[in-house]
Ligand binder design. Sequence first.
Ligand code: GRF
Length: 191
Amino acid sequence: MQSQKNIVLFASGSGSNVENIASFFREDSRVRIKGVLCNNPGAGVVDRCKRLKLPLFCFNRPAFQELDGLLHLLRGLEPDLIILAGFLWKIPEDMVRAFPQKIINIHPALLPGFGGKGMYGMHVHEAVLKHGEKESGITVHFVNEAYDQGAIILQEKVVITEGETPESLAGKIHKLEYKHYPEVISNLLFG
Ligand code: GRF
């Protein structure tokens, strides 16, 4: 029998990926969501965690920057994988070093394009369309010390059609995320 794996998620926003990952693993007794960590008590993900009965931990900027407390909490959760799902703050270097090759992120575009500081949410889709791209997609990657620059694990593309809007593109991208992010997580946990 394979041993149990612990996952921890970080989110700042609506948390639809958190919910999707939770549903994907709901019937899988090998995977436990040990915590959802959130920097925004007003975010939609907070309500989702309450509804789904997921253990939620909120922190503010000073707690995140001091880091010792957060690292202590994280170590206590014994994560096999730390999953960023719409988490907007840059992961500090000490956290990257504490969990080598164990932190992954999903970016709603085809990196290395349309990544880096300020490239989140609708800003990404607006920039992609403004640039006249014919396709966009998702990138799942390991998190290293630089924004959106860790080793790429998976990319999937979507075609941009005539009359595409940032909203319609966001919808297509979310579909890709829901399909592929849990699969990548499962592969990383169980090979
Ligand atoms: C996703 O598009 C993800 O790629 C990006 O932030 C968004 C989070 O959406 N990093 P949600 O909060 O999971 O709905």
